[in-house]
Design a protein around this ligand. Structure first.
Ligand SMILES: Nc1nc2c(ncn2[C@@H]2O[C@H](COP(=O)(O)OP(=O)(O)OP(=O)(O)O)[C@@H](O)[C@H]2O)c(=O)[nH]1
Ligand SMILES: [Mg+2]
Length: 252
């Protein structure tokens, strides 16, 4: 089944991995992805990491024509790195664009499940921690509380039928990204994920949630901070208020 899918999507899937100070994780995650799905291409979008992650990415790309590197001048947030990566991938003609973290939380060995969901008709497939069968390994209770809380807050504010709207392991059809539009995306932190989920849902496109096992990073530091949480809180509130007239109209 897996081999069949690789055949079918040969050379047309681009996995975008944004990096900031991931020198300990990048070779591991690239090796695992290349072994799991040898035909997919990889774009590393590095924000000039002070720990030399960009140089490691160049060395990996030199030896492997499936690996591409985008060097960005400074840390500008996950959202900006993904928008730039998506735009590059669309211009290069990839059919499916995947988001994946560099820290091992998203297991390349599970990527085929997302690609299967897209092959079966999803416009966006989300690797979900919070649907039946989804799991999180090695998270402290505080982190689980934060993720569940952020998702409940998003669901209430936005009325989206998605359990894990903040998830960062996902596969988009190219056409989905073209339809939702990337030019005016302002979200920087993890609310970027909620932003694109909302854009996809509001355009009536099909979102599938696939259960995954999310594994907390064992090396390198998290980039999650108070600023990222504050940004998410406010932006989601504004999107919720802006979308309210439409939700009320649909109910009446
Ligand atoms: N290019 C770029 N990548 C980033 C930036 N911030 C985070 N990343 C990358 O985005 C991915 C997710 O960031 P993490 O720090 O793991 O954030 P998180 O998954 O919410 O936090 P943890 O679960 O604690 O690891 C990782 O591959 C990071 O290196 C950024 O500003 N620019
Ligand atoms: Mg992480």
């Amino acid at each position: 089944m897996e081999e069949e899918l690789v055949e079918r999507t040969s050379g047309r899937v681009l996995v975008i991995v944004p990096t900031y100070n991931e020198c300990e994780n990048l070779p591991m995650i690239v090796g695992r992805l290349r072994a799991a799905l040898p035909d997919v291409h990889l774009l590393i979008a590095d924000d000039n990491s002070p720990d030399g992650t960009g140089k490691i990415a160049d060395e990996l790309a030199e030896k492997d024509d499936h690996i591409h590197v985008m060097h960005r001048p400074r840390k500008q947030g996950l959202g900006a790195a993904y928008v730039a990566g998506f735009q590059w991938g669309l211009a290069e003609g990839y059919d499916i664009l995947v988001e994946m973290d560099a820290d091992g939380s998203h297991q390349p060995e599970e990527l085929h499940k997302l690609l299967d969901a897209v092959a079966e008709g999803a416009d966006l497939a989300i690797g979900s921690r919070w649907v039946p069968g989804g799991k999180v390994v090695n998270w402290p209770a505080s982190r689980e509380f934060l993720s569940r809380g952020a998702n409940t807050y998003s669901r209430l504010m936005l009325g989206m039928p998605v359990r894990d709207a903040t998830a960062g392991f996902r596969a988009y059809r190219a056409a989905t990204l073209e339809k939702v539009g990337l030019e005016d995306v302002e979200s920087q932190g993890y609310c970027f994920q909620v932003d694109l989920t909302l854009r996809t849902v509001r355009r009536g496109l099909r979102v599938a949630e696939v259960p995954i096992t999310f594994v907390e990073r064992t090396a390198g530091a998290s980039k999650m901070n108070r600023g990222i949480m504050t940004e998410a809180f406010w932006r989601i509130a504004v999107w919720g208020v802006n979308g309210l007239p439409g939700r009320l109209r649909r109910k009446s």
